[in-house]
Design a protein around this ligand. Structure first.
Ligand SMILES: [Cu+2]
Length: 254
């Protein structure tokens, strides 16, 4: 009887959740559009790149889910390496502490003015790391005060039901409790898409996304203004890297 009860418990556990899976498709990019200009290439071994780099990964996430979700005890890393944030995109559960180690031979100064977390790590050297705890959900845009081309993104999410898409755009979110949700696909250069979706016990729910190019103000050369030009520039000096309130991340109520 005891064995049967355990098996029953295991089965009900296994079948109490479902999965979300599918593919996030992005429009093809022209080579010139993704051209990288690395001013300090000689100092880090990074090379100029004339072909379009692979787009950074999309993040697919469930907007709201019942439950309390303790943050992980291990801290994910976002390195400064080769004059870039590596990885360029992180998705973390709210409450997660992220480490920011400097792996370059020069100094960096990571900062963000995003409403969900404002911070400025100051300048620090090779091998040093600074932690930041992200205690509010939202989109965090990261910059370096010294290297204006450096951009990174952290999506701070309310529950653990999220996934970064693979290079081919495929994603899978396992262990989602049965129910109805809003599911969002986000990618830094594209308009996010939010869909209503139902997850059933014990099965996989398919949902593909086709994202369209959106406003990508971060790609403007020498300009960190997050407002698209159509909305007017946010400061008197469009060549400056500057501060302002950034727009919330659609789908996170922030
Ligand atoms: Cu830097």
């Amino acid at each position: 009887m005891k064995v049967g009860a355990v098996l029953l418990a295991l089965c009900s556990c296994v079948w109490a959740n479902g999965a979300l899976e599918g593919k996030v498709s992005l429009p093809k990019r022209a080579a010139a559009e993704g051209k990288l200009r690395l001013r300090y290439a000689g100092q880090t071994g990074a090379k100029q790149q004339d072909t379009a780099p692979a787009p950074s990964p999309a993040v697919v996430f469930v907007e709201d889910a019942a439950g309390t979700f303790p943050p992980p005890t291990e801290s994910p890393k976002m390195e400064q390496k080769g004059l870039a944030f590596v990885p360029r995109v992180l998705a973390v559960l709210v409450g997660t502490t992220v480490d920011f180690p400097n792996q370059d031979t020069l100094q960096h100064n990571v900062f963000s003015y995003s409403p969900a977390k404002r911070f400025d790590l100051g300048r620090f050297r090779t091998g040093e790391s600074r932690p930041v705890t992200f205690d509010q959900p939202g989109l965090i845009r990261l910059y370096c005060e010294i290297h204006s081309h450096m951009k990174g993104f952290i999506l701070v999410l309310k529950n653990p039901y999220f996934a970064l898409a693979a290079e081919d755009g495929s994603y899978k979110i396992a262990g989602v409790p049965a129910g109805s949700y809003k599911l969002t696909a986000w990618q830094e250069e594209h308009e996010p898409v939010v869909v209503d979706i139902a997850v059933a016990d014990g099965g996989a729910t398919k949902q593909d996304f086709n994202l369209a190019l959106g406003t990508a103000p971060d790609l403007q050369a020498g300009h960190a203004c997050p407002k698209p030009p159509a909305q007017g520039c946010c400061c008197a000096d469009p060549a400056a890297t500057h501060t302002m309130e950034l727009e919330p991340l659609p789908g996170t109520n922030r």
